[in-house]
Ligand binder design. Structure first.
Ligand code: DC
Length: 228
């Protein structure tokens, strides 16, 4: 918790593939803030469970191993890094296997409690853009600025498939919608629009336009700005 950099917390929540990562990294770079991808932490936990043969559809098995993986998140928006134990898993956590298993693993309360501690330790005194599903509602309810980012499912699937080097768009859409369903329907810390959040629909906006809007909201809130 002894993070030397104090400053605002910008919480960016939203559905899968709505542009949270690119937006969050862009905002952090423009404002000189750190960046935390909490989705990558849930993916890293899921990767570890799969690697160790834990049945990801058995919540009791997942719960009993939730304390085991050592997960370290980098906070440089230009070089997002995620390490489990000694292993750099930045690429491995984006596999189809992890995509399919991450929502059920994330629904297990012991997993959420473990990662909540890690997330709050990284957030420390702020100066950070944090992206996820429950940042404005649970992880950092006092965040200076909260954004709820969405986009039409077809647009999200097109973008994600492009990022993944031409994956099948309709299969990608189905996978995104399936994750949305589980993430929004779970009992612990579901995806919701947090109280006080500003909703941005990115369907017809470019990445730069979305970043502009978030930066404008941060400035309006007086969360960062010219030193007096
Ligand atoms: O943002 P992402 O697609 O990389 O997130 C992967 C999964 O992690 C998402 O489907 C649900 C889970 N997640 C979560 O439950 N809470 C968060 N704060 C972030 C991600």
């Amino acid at each position: 918790m002894n993070n030397p950099s104090a400053g605002p917390v910008i919480a960016i929540d939203g559905t899968s593939g709505s542009g949270k990562s690119s937006t969050s990294r862009g905002v952090a770079e423009r404002l000189g803030l750190r960046y935390l991808d909490t989705g990558a932490m849930f993916r890293a936990m899921t990767w570890w469970m799969l690697e160790h043969g834990v049945d990801v559809n058995d919540p009791r098995a997942v719960a009993s191993y939730a304390g085991a993986p050592e997960i370290v998140s980098g906070t440089d928006p230009r070089r997002p890094a995620i390490v489990v134990g000694e292993r750099d898993v930045a690429t491995a956590i984006r596999s189809d296997e992890v995509n399919a298993a991450v929502s059920p693993v994330s629904a297990v309360p012991e997993v959420r409690a473990r990662l909540l501690d890690l997330q709050r330790a990284v957030i420390g005194d702020g100066g950070i853009v944090v992206e996820g599903r429950d940042i404005g509602s649970v992880v950092a309810p006092d965040a200076e600025v909260k954004i709820y980012l969405t986009a039409d499912p077809a647009a999200r699937a097109r973008r994600r498939a492009l990022e993944e080097g031409g994956a099948d768009v309709s299969a990608t859409e189905e996978s995104l919608l399936n994750r949305d369903r589980i993430d929004s329907g779970r009992a612990t810390a579901p995806l919701v629009m947090a109280e006080g959040a500003a909703h941005i629909d990115s369907t017809d906006l470019t990445l730069d336009e979305v970043i502009d809007r978030v930066v404008a909201l941060v400035e309006q809130a007086g969360a960062v700005g010219d030193p007096a």
